[in-house]
Design a protein around this ligand. Structure first.
Ligand code: ADP
Ligand code: MG
Length: 588
């Protein structure tokens, strides 16, 4: 084939591919334009996860009648004119390619009127082909409607994820901007269901509440720090609120949401030693600095930036977060034991107390597992290879570990991990007895005295709606109760002591993990999650009876050596090892 210039249409489709990957990218570009146009109100309407329709309307400056055709040309922008300006960018857009890109892969209609103009203009573009501008009556501002995304590049459609995933991305995206611009009113409608609505009253905590729920929003710690021209503001979670991944660390640079692994690491490191391994904070941080300190033109979607002084930024963020954390970290104390004297650890039906009957009933000095008959029946659980020997309790140390003696040396048991394992196997056993579909007899549910309404952020609410059935098999009874609101009638008995909304969120957090594993696997993961929350924490002093009961329950487990998340529940120091260490035998 001879070398030739690509037809304009093909060239623009290629270019569009860089900017417009999925429905959320369209929403992002249109939102940014509305923000750049100084809108005080932005309404986004989405149908069929954005495949069918995306419409963004603002009350901003508008585009003049004559300039409408220009706005959709590639490299046409009102935000930048000279190359030097590239290093002094104060708008979200500047590349002049968003509208052109969107127009080339959709049917797009722009209606816009500038303040003072008698009439607005309407322009329709189909797959990049411009129609004529027509006069129309319209409110001041701009409304852009995009239909049939990728209708002329069907191959792209195949890269889209499930509708729910695409919707969630849009939810997340709009929320990110709503957080950055709390003085603007954002409304997001998905298939005429309201997914987000902010008041525009400049209260960021309120927007955080719509994302993470009121409870978390109330507990978030404020970050406020300034060094030279650089401001760092925002909110971070206290050490008691964590997530299983870094995705909830949201960073903004000069009002632009950015992905920056380095700065996210700075946030995580600020929590060093304050969070358990594998747990991450929630953070919403805004960095503001003179535009020349940051290059925003390193990526077509403008999602990444480069700092002139990256190391300094890292240090500033880390310090700001650390300072906020330390200012709020409470004095540690010893909590009341969650074990005895609290009904919440017991099954309300009385059929299945948390501690085995024998554990409570046994006389001091005898182990419930001592009975060889009982031991025999345990083999039904599975391979005995992983079994642990009968252990004699010695005591508890550091309010976190049990010390026990076995036939072959010393065992150190992590009380939290061990309890997690015990709860997990009990719940799995209950669950399997009756099958996933039967809500009535599955995991014991505890009816709440009074149903509680829980309001969830839109993204979580949608996930929850999809999972109501699994939830019921886990002992939750939850009903939809209006927009993003649920009525909780019962929670698993194991979580009965927890605030219902917190209990529910434990699960939603897990559902958010994207690619859905097998149903069974998912249930097991959920159960593991519930158990993690319900298990006794390090720092709880346990009575001797409680310690003994925990060991006995662990002995009864099919896989007692690891917690459901795979961490060890115990460390074994064999007599042999001890003897070597003390130089009694074979020491060289
Ligand atoms: P960029 O935002 O990088 O300039 P776009 O392709 O997104 O490029 O937009 C092109 C131009 O169209 C903008 O520079 C702006 O002048 C105008 N425009 C786009 N959307 C709006 C809007 N919602 N309100 C006012 N003007 C707009
Ligand atoms: Mg733009």
């Amino acid at each position: 084939m001879a070398i030739h210039l690509l037809p304009e249409e093909v060239a623009s489709q290629i270019a569009a591919g860089e900017v417009i990957e999925r429905p959320a990218s369209v929403v992002k570009e249109l939102l940014e334009n509305a923000v750049d146009a100084q809108a005080s109100q932005v309404t986004i309407k989405v149908q069929q996860a954005g495949r069918r329709v995306i419409e963004v309307a603002d009350d901003g400056q508008g585009i003049s009648y004559d300039e409408l055709p220009m706005a959709v040309q590639r490299h046409a922008t009102s935000k930048l004119s000279r190359a030097e300006d590239l290093f002094n960018i104060t708008t979200l857009g500047f590349r002049g390619e968003a509208l052109a890109s969107i127009a080339s892969v959709t049917h797009m209609t722009i209606i816009s009127r500038m303040e003072g103009a008698d009439l607005g203009g309407r322009l329709q573009i189909d797959g990049g082909h411009l129609g004529e501008v027509e006069p129309v009556g319209a409110p001041v501002g701009t409304s852009i409607r995009v239909e049939d995304l990728f209708y002329n590049v069907p191959a792209r459609l195949q890269f889209l994820k499930k509708d729910n995933t695409e919707r969630r991305q849009i939810d997340n995206l709009v929320t990110r901007y709503a957080l950055a611009y709390p003085e603007k009113r954002f409304q997001l409608w998905q298939d005429s269901r309201s997914a987000l609505m902010t008041s525009g009253n400049n209260d960021r905590r309120e927007v955080i509440a719509s994302l993470y729920g009121v409870d978390i929003a109330r507990q978030m710690l404020e970050v406020l720090s300034m060094e030279g021209d650089i401001y760092i503001r925002g909110f971070i979670s206290p050490t008691s609120i964590t997530r299983s991944n870094r995705r909830e660390i949201t960073l903004y640079v000069n009002g632009r949401p950015v992905q920056d692994i380095g700065l996210a690491t700075a946030v995580v490191q600020a929590y060093h030693t304050l969070l358990m391994v594998g747990r991450y904070p929630i953070a919403v941080l805004f960095l503001d600095m003179p535009p020349e300190m940051v290059d925003v033109n390193v990526h077509p979607t403008k999602a990444e930036v480069k700092f002139r002084a990256g190391d300094q930024m890292f240090r500033l963020v880390q310090n700001a977060v650390r300072r906020a954390l330390l200012a709020h970290t409470p004095v540690p104390g010893i909590d009341k034991s969650p074990y005895l004297g609290q009904a919440k650890w017991e099954d309300p039906t009385g059929s299945h107390t948390f501690w085995t009957e024998t554990a409570f009933g046994s006389a001091p000095g005898t182990l419930p597992g001592d009975d060889p008959a009982a031991l025999g029946s345990q083999t039904a659980f599975g391979p005995s290879r992983s079994r642990i020997p009968l252990l004699r309790l010695v005591g508890q140390i550091a309010a976190a570990y049990l010390v026990a003696e076995g036939p072959d040396g010393l065992y150190l048991v992590d009380q939290h991990a061990a309890h997690e394992r015990v709860l997990f196997e009990k719940m799995m056993a209950q669950h399997q007895q009756t099958g996933a579909s039967s809500a009535a007899m599955g995991i014991t549910a505890q009816e709440l005295l009074q149903p509680v309404t829980v309001n969830l952020p839109p993204a979580s609410a949608r996930i929850l709606t999809e999972q109501l059935q699994i939830l019921s098999s886990l002992g939750f009874r939850v009903e939809e109760f209006g927009k993003n609101t649920f009525l909780v009638r019962a929670v698993p008995a194991l979580l009965a002591g927890m605030e219902p909304s917190a209990a529910l969120l434990v699960l939603v957090e897990d559902f958010e993990e994207d690619e859905a594993p097998l149903q069974q696997e998912r249930e097991a993961r959920l159960i593991a999650r519930v158990c993690k929350r319900a298990a006794v924490k390090a720092g709880h002093v346990l009575s001797t009876d409680e310690q003994r009961a925990l060991l006995a329950d662990l002995e009864n487990c099919a896989s007692p050596r690891t917690c459901p998340h795979g961490r060890p529940t115990m460390i074994h120091l064999s007599v042999d090892l001890l003897e070597r260490q003390f130089g009694r035998r074979g020491a060289r």
